[in-house]
Design a protein around this ligand. Structure first.
Ligand code: HEC
Length: 203
């Protein structure tokens, strides 16, 4: 399936699906309570919904794995946990010639990625465990246009994150609406507003 087809067949809850995939790592280590810190949007992850987790895995390997690896996760384990045929996992998730029994490590050279982004994209195997799935979900939805940043994007949850908004085609582009401030100063961000729609509706 190519990206355009994928976009059409996706439900609008795709951000959840990626958070779900990152949470799937929990299945192998036992469920740790994901902290529900204030200000985060609920990802409503259902670990036993393998169809949603499979869509999340596809999204992850299409949109994220170019930069991020899941180095503690073998493709074969993903197939097992999601009840997938190993051949389908090879076809849909592996784009770098890796074998099904290998760990999901990408080929991005550390030094180059540090030079490109100012910071190497971290491994995400334990991300949901470390930050909580609601954090990942809210992070992915909190990018806004900011011409002062090297890649043109900033993030309200993770200010000055060096990651670009890789889901902008789907979500659309958000801009920050700021509170009034004294002359020469920038007001605090009040909310994010959809400026240019993406291919998915906000719902
Ligand atoms: C073009 C490269 C690139 C792509 C593609 C990308 N990221 Fe990132 N990501 C980064 C970089 C660089 C950082 C480090 C940000 C920083 O620390 O300033 C990052 C950071 C993160 C973090 C925060 C990690 C932490 O705890 O500090 C998460 C979560 C994340 N990315 C998830 C994703 C997901 C999910 C996708 C796919 C939808 C994705 N990323 C796609 C480059 C990328």
């Amino acid at each position: 399936m190519n990206k355009a087809m994928m976009t059409r067949t996706l439900g609008a809850t795709m951000f959840t699906k990626i958070a779900v995939l990152l949470v799937a790592g929990l299945m192998t280590v036992g469920v740790a309570a994901a902290a529900e810190e204030g200000g985060l949007q609920p990802a409503n992850v259902h670990l036993n919904d393998t169809a949603a987790m499979t869509r999340g895995a596809k999204l992850f390997f299409n949109y994220c794995s170019g930069c991020h690896s899941l180095r503690f996760m073998r493709y074969s384990r993903i197939a097992e946990d999601l009840h997938l045929n190993p051949a389908d996992v090879e076809k849909d998730f592996i784009f770098n010639g890796a074998k099904i029994g290998e760990h999901a490590v990408n080929n991005m050279p550390f030094e180059q990625s540090t030079a490109w982004f100012g910071k190497a994209p971290p491994d995400l195997s334990l991300e949901a465990r470390a930050k909580g799935s609601n954090w990942v979900y809210t992070y992915l939805k909190s990018f806004y246009l900011d011409p002062s940043r090297p890649l043109g994007w900033n993030n309200t949850l993770f200010p000055n994150a060096s990651m670009p908004n890789v889901l902008a085609d789907l979500q659309g582009q958000q801009v920050a609406v700021r509170k009034a401030a004294a002359a020469g100063q920038e007001g605090a961000i009040e909310k994010l507003e959809l400026h240019t729609p993406g291919s998915l509706s906000p719902e």
